[in-house]
Design a protein around this ligand. Structure first.
Ligand code: FAD
Length: 497
């Protein structure tokens, strides 16, 4: 069974997670990545552990995001920044904070149930502390308390938020919720170190898959590595090519309906606050209008990643495109392709970052001191189907021995691989006992100092400051990370092969 050869196109979170997971199960994996390193696609900074940033999505999607985020946090604890998120509704917002409460209560109950089922699920802290509400009098009380260098309680986190927010402009209560941060450079570094340990992963970077044919139950993949063309045969194909998923569908000859959206976030630096630690702060607003949500994401060194859900900041008027009857690949306009392939013009970086700073400064007046900190973190995101608000999606199997991954949030990647493992078991490539195993022992041996140095060099190699590869709050739950007996599992696999 372990002789089966799996090809994965794309080393984003989806493809890399699939490669690590399947190689642990004994399969031979070849991972193709067009760029030079892992996670070179669109960014991610927020673990949507409950989907509280998306008021427009269903409760069902929020509960799935909660479960998937907990699984993701258990699998990749080293990529998380363990700081909370503060959610503010400005007075200009059409809704009231009370409208958020039924969902928060539902998520808290679901979280409690997940902990009762398995105590290692408690990665977001105690269920009763999943969220906390701050009424006006609570905020006034906290304003008299001094700032703390290393916040550890909800109240201490709240102090650093409220001391910088224009409180005349907010509705009460203000919400604090245990949605953590994520660091994409630490993901790239940690998974690269893990891949280097795995003998059965063949990782080709700077390699583009150009053509795919199918003959006698095998995939023949033509790829180009450093201008040299090669061909190889595989038993199973995993398409994890992100916003290019449709182009692989076209090569394979399957149709599909999907969307691609180009979006950008901006890196600012607020030098006078470089010694302070902030929670993430969200100012809700209606997407696509000038009042669109503002998202203020902290990194060490006074760097802040900013999103603004307006057409002048994160979104673009012509940024959402759909597939057509003749091609599964939605076509982005040339000015987006130019940004993706060649980078940004400096004037665009300056203009949009400044727009983002002003957007946040409406709610945090002192933030107008901030300046451009680095190039934007940006990219194109795939959304399967025709609902642009969809936030949970995993994988589909439109043809035998072909898995098409279309995650919208990175936390969906483990459910995605579970579904692929089921398909591989049905084909007889894997023992059915492998379903849901989620063995992560290969990630247990990553050393923090190596990871840290690697993540920083990855950030610098992409022209970002090394502070963007750092986190403010390391994992406080080390003892909760579950470990499966790796040797037991692989032995069982080899015995049954
Ligand atoms: C601005 C922005 C902010 C976001 N913030 C968050 C967030 O906070 N939290 C969250 O969970 N999600 C967030 N997302 C979504 C998240 O970035 C994506 O869901 C996720 O990165 C998708 O991962 P992926 O592995 O499917 O695709 P990708 O990361 O795009 O990986 C696909 C890879 O395939 C490679 N590839 C493509 N074609 C080929 C080929 N022919 N040959 C070889 N290689 C190929 C590409 O180079 C790429 O590296 C955000 C997205 C954007 C745009």
């Amino acid at each position: 069974m372990s002789h089966k050869k799996i090809a994965i196109v794309g080393a984003g979170v989806a493809g890399t997670t699939a490669a690590l997971y399947l190689s642990q199960l004994g399969l031979n994996v070849t991972l193709f990545e067009k760029k030079e390193s892992i996670s070179s696609g669109p960014p991610y900074c927020h673990l949507h552990a409950g989907g509280n940033l998306y008021r427009e999505i269903s409760d069902e999607q929020c509960v799935t995001l909660l479960k998937q985020s907990i699984d993701f946090a258990k699998y990749y604890p080293f990529i998380l920044d363990y700081r909370p998120t503060v959610i503010v509704l400005p007075k200009s917002d059409k809704n009231t904070p009370d409208a958020l409460l039924p969902r928060l209560k539902l998520l808290q109950r679901e979280y409690q149930t997940l902990i009762e089922e398995d105590s290692t699920n408690a990665v977001l802290g105690k269920s009763e502390a999943y969220y906390k509400l701050y009424e006006k009098e609570d905020v006034e009380r906290l304003l008299t308390v001094g700032l703390v260098k290393k916040p550890t309680s909800h109240d201490e986190w709240m102090v650093s938020a409220i001391k910088h927010i224009d409180l005349e402009n907010v509705q009460y209560p203000i919400v604090l919720v245990q949605e953590y941060g994520m660091n994409l450079f630490r993901f790239g570094a940690g998974t690269q170190l893990a891949i280097e340990q795995m003998k059965n992963i063949d990782f080709h970077t700077s390699t583009t898959v150009e053509k795919i044919d199918q003959t006698n139950h095998q995939w023949n993949i033509a790829y180009n590595k450093h201008n040299v063309s090669k061909n190889e045969h595989f038993d199973y194909l995993i398409n994890a090519s992100g916003f290019k998923t449709g182009s692989i569908d076209d090569m394979v000859g399957v149709t599909s309906q999907k969307m691609v959206e180009f979006k950008a976030s901006y890196i600012s630096q607020w030098k006078s606050k470089s010694e302070l630690i902030f929670p993430e702060i969200i100012f809700h607003g209606e997407r696509g209008t000038p009042q669109g949500m503002a998202q203020f994401t902290p990194y060490p060194g006074g760097y802040f990643q900013l999103h603004g859900m307006t057409n002048d900041i994160t979104l673009y008027e012509d940024g959402l495109v759909t597939s057509t009857d003749t091609s599964a690949q939605p076509r982005l306009k040339n000015h987006f392709i130019q940004k993706l392939d060649e980078g940004w013009e400096e004037s665009h970086v300056e203009q949009r970052t400044q727009n983002a700073i002003e957007h946040v400064a409406q709610f945090m007046p002192e933030f107008c001191e901030a300046s451009v900190g680095a190039f934007p973190l940006f990219g194109a995101q795939q959304i399967p189907g025709d609902d642009p608000t969809l936030r949970v999606a995993e994988v589909s199997f439109p043809k035998a021995r072909y898995a098409r991954c279309e995650i919208v949030k990175v936390s969906s990647s483990l459910d995605m691989v579970d579904a692929i493992v089921s398909d591989l078991s049905q084909l007889g490539y894997l023992d059915v006992a492998c379903k849901g195993s989620r063995n992560r022992s290969h990630l247990d041996y990553i050393q923090e100092d190596k990871l840290n140095i690697y993540a920083q060099s990855l950030a610098r190699s992409r022209n970002y400051p090394s502070d963007l590869a750092n986190i403010n709050v390391p994992n406080p739950n080390d003892n909760l990370i579950f470990k499966i007996n790796h040797h037991q599992l692989t032995n069982r696999l080899y015995e049954s092969a």
